[in-house]
Design a protein around this ligand. Structure first.
Ligand SMILES: Cc1ncc(COP(=O)(O)OP(=O)(O)O)c(N)n1
Ligand code: 3NM
Ligand code: MG
Length: 553
């Protein structure tokens, strides 16, 4: 029998307590790790006699047994990420911190990403960790990449009364000052009657705050009306470790994890008399499950003091509320086709003219680092040519000139999004394409309802210095499935003729290319070969577009 080789799962450790009820702790972690593509290993800190209604006994493992598990695993099954859950008190936390320190001192190599869920209370309400020392995890903080307290844990760890977004930020600041690298302040239990009932008819929201010196992000979604929350903190932290083990950046991993929790809560079932566990629903694929990312300047970010008030025209445009994936932004004009096809990106009006003459129907003028005065004539001429050939010509960066000269569309990057007058582009009826480089940016772009979303860079490219890592084909397929039911998607970065077929197999409706066209010996033949890659690739169901796109196809 022939066997198809599958990619090896990354090893993920969970250092946590056993929950005999199966909904939380080690049991929930191993199910989650497996469900999201990891291979789980366990270091048990305590056994608990626990059901959905009670914790009747907590028995820490011996120090020797604890360290033996760590040593044995390290010798053979080195982790790509670690989740730390229930520790029975400061002694165990210090033991673990000392083990990390000894490994570092012996030059055993860099630790992988480590997520600490500071477990204090079970969802039944029973105390799991009865030690009241607010600094009991502090010895671990230098080794931990992210600590994930819920509101009660944040209060217990900091002494701050968590009664407002400002208090959440104050508590996070305190943890950073004590050595935490980053905090995810989970909003699952917070402000049920308060600030987070915004927009959509008072539906309660769940807003998580990611807070570190470099990172300040909010993840906003509906609060799922269920009592089946047993093990939600364990599930979140082990899911996060598993996604981080697959090399996703933290913001992207948190988007996936929030969607995973959303789906797990929605599909959860009750088994005993108390709260049931989350369902295991696999890698999330539907945009509706994912969190909404409040944009810079939005009311929610301002409530957390993350952005100063914006008092510009643009401010009125920023979506601030709404249901999980809708918002108050006015959609940008639809592209007149559902799939933009082969999409060359070039840097001169001569190139634009040559490609139009060869029959190209979607293209971009991307001139870098020149003043508006220097480029205006060329941009005006390119736009006029685009109209004459009835083509979709997008202007990169120079959105004021694109409006002034009536371009088909504008393409903007993530940084441009924060400063461009999006309302003016929308009012002028120009299409808007946005660059993204992972889940977080995709969700942020989606909130603006652009005409298309570009996803890059798929492969390494020398054309542009990229701060992010290449996404690869597997992620591209995931992003296409997420985006393309809602609006056209474009893949960009390192795509050449040999790779175009594999890229097209992801179902993406368009590939944007620079070198594949500009460095081709025979430009017409290159365009034909790229088009043929599309025509011959099997079409995946993800190419189905929503009615608002297909109406114009
Ligand atoms: C189709 C397409 N996708 C991505 C980009 C990159 O745009 P941006 O992030 O604004 O970077 P620069 O191109 O300005 O360097 C693009 N131009 N086109
Ligand atoms: C302009 C650009 N933007 C990218 C992104 O990922 O946002 S990648 C890229 C360069 C693409 O050039 P080539 O086809 O020569 O690799
Ligand atoms: Mg740009």
């Amino acid at each position: 029998m022939s066997q198809v080789a599958t990619a090896k799962r990354p090893i993920v450790w969970t250092i946590a307590g056993s929950d005999s009820g199966g909904g939380a702790g080690i049991q929930a972690d191993l199910l989650t790790i497996q469900d999201l593509g990891g291979h789980g290993c366990s270091v048990i800190t305590a056994l608990t006699a626990q059901s959905s209604v009670a914790v009747d006994h907590v028995e820490p493992v011996s120090d020797i047994g604890f360290i033996a598990q760590l040593d044995t695993l390290w010798a053979d099954l080195k982790p790509s990420a670690i989740k730390i859950g229930l520790l029975t008190g400061p002694a165990q936390a210090t033991l673990l911190a000392d083990w990390f320190a000894a490994g570092a001192a012996q030059g055993q190599g860099a630790l992988p990403p480590i997520v600490l869920d500071p477990v204090l209370v079970a969802s039944s309400g029973a105390m799991l960790n009865t030690v009241e020392a607010s600094d009991q995890f502090d010895a671990l903080l230098p080794y931990v990449d992210l600590i994930t307290p819920n509101g009660d844990e944040l209060a217990a760890l900091t002494g701050v009364v968590i009664d407002s977004p400002g208090a959440v930020v104050q508590a996070c600041e305190q943890l950073l000052a004590r050595g935490a690298r980053a905090v995810l302040a989970k909003g699952g239990h917070l402000f049920v009657q308060g600030e987070h009932r915004h927009g959509d008819k008072d539906a309660p929201r769940c807003v998580d705050l990611l807070y570190s010196a470099e990172r300040k992000a909010l993840f906003d979604g509906p609060r799922i009306a269920t009592h089946n929350t047993h093990g939600s903190g364990c599930t979140l932290s082990s899911a996060l470790a598993t996604v981080l083990a697959q090399d996703y950046v933290l913001e992207d991993a948190l988007c996936v994890v929030r969607a995973y929790l959303h789906n797990g809560l929605v599909a959860s079932q009750q088994y005993g008399d108390g709260p049931g566990p989350l369902a295991r629903t696999g890698w999330p694929t539907q945009l509706e499950s994912f969190p909404r990312i409040p944009l810079p300047g939005s009311a929610l970010r301002r409530a957390y003091g993350l952005d100063a008030p914006l008092l510009t025209d643009r401010d009125a445009y920023i979506p601030s509320g709404g249901t999980e994936q809708s918002n108050t932004a006015i959609p940008f004009a639809d592209c007149d086709v559902a799939a933009l096809g082969v999409y060359p990106v070039v840097d001169s009006v001569d190139w634009v003219e040559q490609l139009l003459t060869l029959g190209v129907k979607t293209l971009q003028l991307r001139i870098k680092d020149k003043s508006a005065d220097e480029v205006e004539q060329d941009i005006a001429r390119a736009i006029a040519l685009g109209h004459a050939f009835e083509a979709r010509l997008f202007i990169n960066d120079y959105w004021q000139l694109a409006i002034k000269h009536g371009a088909y569309g504008v393409h903007l990057g993530q940084e441009d999004m924060a400063v461009a007058d999006l309302a003016a582009i929308q009012r002028a009826g120009l299409k808007l394409g946005l660059s993204t480089h992972g889940y977080y940016e995709i969700l942020r772009a989606h909130a603006l309802q652009p005409s298309y979303i570009a996803m890059g860079h798929i492969f390494p490219t020398p054309t542009k210095a990229m701060p992010s890592a290449p996404q690869g084909l597997e992620r591209l397929s995931k992003y296409v499935a997420l985006v393309q039911p809602h609006r056209p998607a474009v893949a960009i970065g390192g795509i050449d003729i040999p790779r175009a077929f594999e890229v097209a197999k992801s179902g993406v409706g368009s590939i944007a290319v620079v070198r594949a066209v500009t460095q081709a010996d025979d430009i017409g033949a290159a365009l034909t070969a790229l088009q043929q890659a599309f025509d011959s690739a099997p079409t995946l169901p993800t190419q189905t577009l929503s009615p608002e796109c297909t109406a114009h196809a």
